[in-house]
Design a protein around this ligand. Sequence first.
Ligand code: NAD
Length: 467
Amino acid sequence: MDPATGDPLCTVSECGPDQVEQAVRAARRAFDHGPWPRTPAVRRAGVLFALAERLEAWADHLARVETLNQGKPLRESRADLEEVVACLRYYAGMAPRRLARTAPRPGAPLASVLREPVGVCALITAWNYPLLLAVWKLAPALAAGNTCVLKPSELTPLTSLLLAEALQDLDLPPGVVNVVIGDGPGAGRALAASPRVDKVSFTGGAAAGRQVALAALGNLKRVALELGGKSPVVVFSDQDLETAVDLALYAVYCNAGQVCSAGSRFIVQADLHDAFVRRLAERARRIVVGPGLDPATEMGPLVGARQRSRVLDAVRAGVREGARLETGGAPLGGGRLARGFYLEPTLFSNCRPAMRVVQEEIFGPVAVVQKFTTEEEALDLANGTPYGLAGAVFSRDLARGVRVARALRAGVAWVNGYHTTGPELPWGGCKQSGWGRELGTFGLDACTEIKQLNLTLEPAPIRWFKP
Ligand code: NAD
């Protein structure tokens, strides 16, 4: 469906349990008996380089399809495509070096530490960055020699299907990459529970993440969870107002707030607070909301009706609990926006720590502001939710910026910036934002098992027991 109009884009067949099982068996066969895990890492890297080239050549088309299916402005889809290509090249270049390591010990036996692929990996992704999340998981898994079953979100399957098409005539043995289409309770749960799957890597909400972890217990498969957040941005009053507000807009309203790491909680020092709220509301009202394919659009629609009603429900809870609605809070309709799932950029001030809008991930264009006086108070507020994915500090005093960023309980922290990352940097959260890290060397390591291999060069009886 096109979230800008609510019109269907095409029909995609859903995989039933038999097809999910078929895909898992194909990946199992490819892992146990196929050449892929035993292919030299540099040759596997060649496939990833070739895929990167193909996707780069196809980037305009893929970006348009992503925008059509997901709703985000074209400039954001194009930026995603750059990251997709960079991620493939990064793992193609890095894996061959990292996978081959030996640790010789003095004397015999000669010991090596081998990194071997984990096996069959089920890769389950969310709808907010469909192609990017798929590649974040696929690139390291393939580079390490695993075989995969990818299940994109049922809401945004199109670019994952195009990815499968791009892989089709590359030098990839059958069964190494399989894509299944289906929803969470169906295909997702079957993958997480399958005894033939060795690892499940999941990106999505905390509720589904818990179910995945439970389902994975059956065969104690490896579990990686990239879950949600309620990321704080601590704004000190020494930061220039325009800079702080400009960065804040980017932190929270990018992809209409449908970003796991969105900086959606502004914790602002008392002497800057009122001016910050006023200016942020003014700028939020000026954001151009429209269809993602329109080059003038700065913020697109939400992904669908259900997501918009969830966000509106959170907005109503905020009003009920006494937060002050500074701007937004209503669907945008009329004219060309009449049929899409648009929502005004929304800002609440006067927020208390216990409020739902402060504690729960909203996953829409909704920001909340809290006020602080001392650094200690700012940190208590910042760390006062169950999440720990990301966070930021805006201050001209870099020593303070780094000190506070280090005290944030989060997997990713920025000082005077937001959203910048890359395939070489680890991604993931602490507390209830997930288990483990993706990307960087950490992401590759997470796709491997470590084996200690001992080789005795000149075997002879050791006479531990009397002959
Ligand atoms: P979701 O949890 O509803 O679904 C995510 C994926 O899991 C989908 O493919 C879905 O079909 C599948 N799924 C749902 N229930 C399942 C189950 N019981 N077993 C197996 N699979 C199941 O999340 P969503 O609405 O697609 O995405 C939004 C959430 O994803 C937000 O919480 C967001 O913060 C999070 N997210 C996190 C990151 C990150 O890197 N940490 C990145 C993007 C999105």
